[in-house]
Design a protein around this ligand. Structure first.
Ligand SMILES: O=C(O)CCC(=O)C(=O)O
Length: 258
């Protein structure tokens, strides 16, 4: 397997736009394995939080911090993600969380306009916006099933104030509305395996899922080693042992338990 990583052009796109979509970053066999595992994993449902949006519609999220030898961790520990994130941030990084976003057909709720750093700064006590999220499409994400929407270039606004909307934290809308006059709104439609890398100050949201299809994605977030929370909390450091590109296809339930 040749090394998979973001190209110099993709890194430049990220710098300019605050995000980049790496098409087919995980291949069909890798994603078929992830789908098989995730769609049949009762723990994702039993451990999920139910987060209400402004309308009271619920989105399910299952989040964990420590990586292990499970299949999900073969993605979040993949050098393919971590090396590219380090190129973006320009220094050594560690994993802060991975979450499965489960937007179910007809009922999956919206996510309000926000920047991740809007609440990571406050809740996770991160000083600098030196964090990046990687959204891996588990199945197809379309405008109809509530794909992510981003405001291109909004990472350059810096951190906006955030308040409560439903169970979520949302950016102050007067600033978002002003930014929307100048910045392009992009619907991030993804095929399974496509991966969106996005800056922690990029404004993003997603609509409720009104379609007959689920919209599942897995998001791994990474922070610079020098930017660890200054008091113990959710984004604290756990060692991250990265794995090679073939680790997903070589993974079995038996190797995970060995
Ligand atoms: O999955 C989504 O639609 C929204 C995800 C999101 O906004 C986030 O993880 O910060």
């Amino acid at each position: 397997m040749s090394k998979i990583e973001l190209s110099a052009e993709q890194l430049a796109d990220f710098e300019r736009d605050g995000y980049v979509i790496a098409r087919g970053y995980f291949n069909q066999d890798e994603i078929a394995k992830l789908q098989e595992k995730a769609f049949n994993d009762p723990r994702l449902h039993s451990d999920a939080w139910h987060k209400k949006d402004a309308e009271g519609t619920v989105s399910k999220v299952c989040l964990w911090q420590e990586t292990g030898d499970d299949l999900y961790s073969m993605f979040s520990r993949s050098r393919r993600l971590v090396d590219s994130v380090e190129k973006i941030i320009g220094e050594e990084c560690y994993h802060t969380s991975t979450k499965m976003m489960m937007k179910e057909p007809k009922v999956g709720g919206a996510w309000e306009w926000h920047q991740d750093f809007g609440y990571w700064h406050h809740d996770n006590l991160m000083l600098y916006p030196k964090a990046v999220s990687c959204m891996i499409a588990v199945n197809q994400a379309t405008e109809e099933n509530g794909c992510l929407q981003v405001l291109k270039g909004s990472h350059k606004l810096g951190r906006l104030d955030h308040g409560r909307t439903g169970d979520q934290k949302g950016a102050e809308m007067q600033f978002v509305e002003e930014a929307m006059k100048y910045l392009d709104l992009v619907y991030v439609e993804l095929e399974p395996g496509d991966t969106l890398f996005f800056h922690c100050n990029l404004l993003h949201k997603s609509n409720a899922n009104r379609s007959d299809h689920p919209r599942w994605c897995m998001i791994s977030a990474f922070n610079a080693m020098t930017n660890q929370p200054f008091r113990d909390n959710e984004a604290k450091y756990y060692p991250l042992n990265r794995v090679d590109d073939d680790a997903i296809l070589n993974w079995t339930e038996e190797t995970a338990q060995a």
